[in-house]
Write a protein that binds this ligand. Structure first.
Ligand code: HEM
Length: 545
């Protein structure tokens, strides 16, 4: 064979490889190794007579991968690409790694918002990836007849193949797996959890009351929320409020963010994840969960906690799940419930402490419903505390715990979909960008200002300031997401946060550490799929007299 014919054969094989990946996206490791390595290596034999073995290898690999990359790039920016109708920056159209690059610095929430400001309500943030900032797309995309979860939720689930509920893409299988969760968060079940909540919040209070000087309030909230979930899922064993993060579990949870961003944008990477060093941390967490689960199975249920429902001790399902599934769900619960709730708690405290008028008003509300002597750990007045709710809601509006939204995508191979006014081609990963939606002036007056009263005005409890139109679109406020895959733990999170606020404000007073500028914290917000604040929250705590 002439050298040019051999080179054309190598290039042709690369084009076939592009076609195969474009249609089937194989992630099976042997198939990937064959397509990307063994095939060009094999084809190099055609070039050996002309270049010798070593050079033939180099030429074959360079030609194969050069043609492959060129073909992929041209297709992605061409008008024939299914997502070409949506605008976006060129590097994002060319490669998902662009968003990984933007995301690993923790600022993708700001970047995507800037892209929406520049390009409009739909932006292409990857070759097959779009972000939407339009309230009219929320229900059609995330509601009952909307799109199922996308591939990145599967990729981020802790340990495929035993994927927890958050990673299940098939809507029927997801609904089935969600049943014990729904039972676990019914009104009756929530009532059963109160003693565990009370125990942990009392412990938090005692620890804070005994601290001298300035403390990092954010850390204490993290430890409390984690201990609470440790009790709820694994019957205890965490004890961070007493011993701190001695096992390094909390640092593992908060430091693995860059990995999450990578899986979020390049989900296929998860198939290789077990070989990456970061998975050692995941294994450590899973080992801890396994030990606790085995102990829990041995001792059985002493209270009706979350494990009771997840392991089917309530006997509501015909078949009990395998232990591996219970571990996966348990690990998900501790992650989904602790990092999220603690970040809202610390962000809410940060905001009332930097705006003293809100601290004063909230303190007055707590004192009205829970004066000294009244048990603030009893939720009987919580539903009447409208300002507390307004503070928590405003915190979640401005600092949604999942800033870049939760991914959705048409079911692979089931064809394209139209969502409201938007055409979503098969294979397109899409999401409503919560951060941009929550800070869109069309939906919220002064969207970048912390102004809890907006929620009271919207409910007709207060008058809007005169002289400017008041905007508040309830459908654009989705911190717990929307539809059949929304946050199943929403009600628990709300009781927990209200209980913390009422008990702590009834008994303690808080002051920001002198000399610390709270505005600094704004610049340290990072989006690692879940929001993360790199800055501490240094606060001086005193008992109220
Ligand atoms: C303020 C606290 C919390 C916030 C803001 C929050 C927010 C969210 C969001 C945005 C999602 C993604 C939903 C989607 O994909 O559409 C989610 C999922 C989830 N959350 Fe929460 N969450 C919080 C607390 C909790 C708590 C306390 C639990 C209790 C275990 C919990 C359990 C879950 C679970 C299991 C899922 C997956 C649901 C599914 O895929 O069906 N979350 N959460």
């Amino acid at each position: 064979m002439k050298p040019t014919d051999a080179l054309v054969t190598v290039g042709g094989a690369a084009l076939v490889c592009h076609l195969i990946y474009n249609k089937w996206e194989p992630t099976y490791i042997p198939a990937t190794t064959f397509m990307l390595l063994l095939l060009p290596l094999g084809l190099s034999t055609l070039l050996v007579p002309h270049y010798g073995p070593a050079l033939a290898l180099i030429v074959a690999l360079a030609t194969y991968h050069g043609v492959l990359l060129t073909s992929i790039s041209l297709y992605r920016v061409s008008p024939w690409h299914p997502v070409s109708r949506y605008p976006g920056p060129l590097p994002a159209k060319l490669s998902k790694w662009w968003m990984v690059w933007k995301g690993c610095h923790g600022k993708q929430h700001l970047y995507i918002r800037a892209l929406h400001d520049r390009y409009g309500d739909v932006v292409r943030i990857g070759p097959n990836d779009i972000s939407i900032r339009d309230v009219d797309a929320v229900a059609p995309m995330m509601g009952t007849n909307g799109l199922p979860k996308g591939p990145s939720t599967y990729a981020m689930a802790m340990e495929p193949p035993i994927v927890s509920v958050i990673g299940i893409r098939d809507p029927v299988a997801h609904a089935r797996r969600r049943r014990p969760w729904t039972r676990a968060f019914s009104t009756t079940a929530l009532k059963e959890y109160e003693p565990t909540l009370v125990k942990n919040i009392t412990r938090l209070y005692e620890q804070l009351a005994n601290q001298k000087g300035s403390v990092n309030l954010a850390t204490w909230f993290s430890w409390m929320t984690y201990d609470f979930m440790g009790d709820m899922v694994f019957g205890g064993g965490s004890d961070m409020l007493t011993h701190g993060d001695k096992d390094g579990i909390w640092s593992m949870l908060t430091n693995g963010g860059e990995g999450h961003v990578m899986y979020h944008h390049v989900p296929w990477l998860a198939h290789f994840a077990k070989r990456l060093p970061m998975s050692l941390q995941v294994k450590k967490m899973r080992r801890w969960a396994l030990e606790r689960t085995v102990a829990r199975y041995k001792h059985g249920a002493t209270t009706k906690d979350l494990f009771y429902y997840l392991s089917n001790e309530d006997g509501a399902e015909k078949m009990s799940p395998p232990a591996g599934q219970v571990i996966s769900e348990g690990v998900l619960a501790t992650i989904a419930a602790s990092d999220t709730t603690s970040s809202v708690l610390s962000n809410a405290f940060w905001n009332i402490l930097r705006y003293p008028q809100y601290y004063k008003r909230l303190q007055a509300e707590v004192d009205q419903y829970y004066p000294a002597g009244e048990n603030a750990l009893n939720p009987k007045h919580y539903s009447k505390m409208v300002f507390l709710d307004a503070v928590l809601n405003e915190t979640m509006r401005m600092y949604p715990v999942v800033p870049s939204g939760s991914e959705r995508a048409p079911i692979p191979g089931k064809g394209d979909r139209t969502i409201g006014p938007y055409f979503i081609p098969n294979g397109t990963q899409t999401r409503i960008h919560f951060w941009s939606l929550h800070r869109d002036a069309r939906y919220f007056t002064h969207p970048d200002t912390f102004w809890p009263e907006r929620f009271l005005i919207a409910e007709g409890l207060e008058r809007a300031p005169e002289g400017e139109p008041f905007m508040q679109n309830a459908n654009a406020f989705i911190p717990f997401s929307f539809g059949p895959s929304n946050c199943v733990g929403k009600n628990l999170a709300q009781v927990e946060m209200r209980m913390v606020f009422c008990h702590l404000l009834q008994n303690l007073e808080f002051e920001l550490e002198k000399g610390w500028d709270p505005a600094e914290r704004d610049h340290t917000i990072e989006d690692h799929v879940v929001i993360s604040m790199k800055s501490p929250l240094p606060v001086v705590v005193r008992r109220r007299t």
